[in-house]
Design a binder for this molecule. Structure first.
Ligand SMILES: CC(C)(COP(=O)(O)OP(=O)(O)OC[C@H]1O[C@@H](n2cnc3c(N)ncnc32)[C@H](O)[C@@H]1OP(=O)(O)O)[C@@H](O)C(=O)NCCC(=O)NCCS
Length: 145
């Protein structure tokens, strides 16, 4: 059994940090100082906890431009990947974007995760670029009502 919660950094920051530290800092070797930014303070965060109330998956939604949300920091603990948790986080953040009246959601996908986002309706846009040494591609989803 899992529980998904949407909330602010003050509500979910400790749990989100645990997952992001495990996935981005320890697994992907992204420098810790690049993982944390001021955007966390204003973002909408999603966290999934397991039955033991341990955080296992996370992601965040920022305002990118008027009417446009930006999803980022999507992470699922490695031993739980492929069981639908990432999809639950992504769908919850897209729904949060709809509720905020956004008409588009964009994100910078690691190219290794491009297929994950495409399955959920995102379309690539532009060229592959390296960020913190990892190839990324911009992707977007039209959620205009
Ligand atoms: C990308 C990530 C968040 C996906 O989470 P997940 O829980 O493994 O994904 P899900 O189980 O919800 O997968 C949903 C669907 O996408 C597919 N999928 C998952 N990862 C995929 C990938 N990397 N490429 C292509 N398809 C993928 C699954 O097979 C599943 O399809 P199905 O419904 O037909 O079975 C997770 O792999 C992760 O944390 N990766 C490391 C951090 C990372 O790269 N984050 C993304 C930064 S942009």
């Amino acid at each position: 059994m899992t529980t998904l919660t949407i909330g602010s950094w003050s509500q979910l920051g400790i749990q989100a940090s645990q997952v992001r530290t495990a996935v981005f800092v320890h697994e992907q070797n992204i420098p810790a100082e690049m993982e944390w930014d001021v955007a966390d303070q204003t973002a909408v965060h999603a966290v999934i906890c397991n039955a033991q109330e341990e955080p296992v998956a996370t992601g965040r939604l920022l305002v990118h431009a008027p009417g446009v949300g930006r999803i980022g920091r999507m992470a699922v603990l490695s031993h739980l990947r492929g069981s639908g948790l990432g999809q639950l986080v992504l769908e919850a953040l897209v729904q949060a974007a709809r509720e905020r009246g956004h008409t588009e959601v964009c994100l910078h996908a690691q190219t290794s995760a491009q297929g994950f986002y495409e399955r959920l309706g995102f379309t690539p846009r532009g060229e592959v670029v390296a960020e913190v040494g990892i190839p990324h591609i911009e992707m977007f989803l039209d959620i205009g009502q």
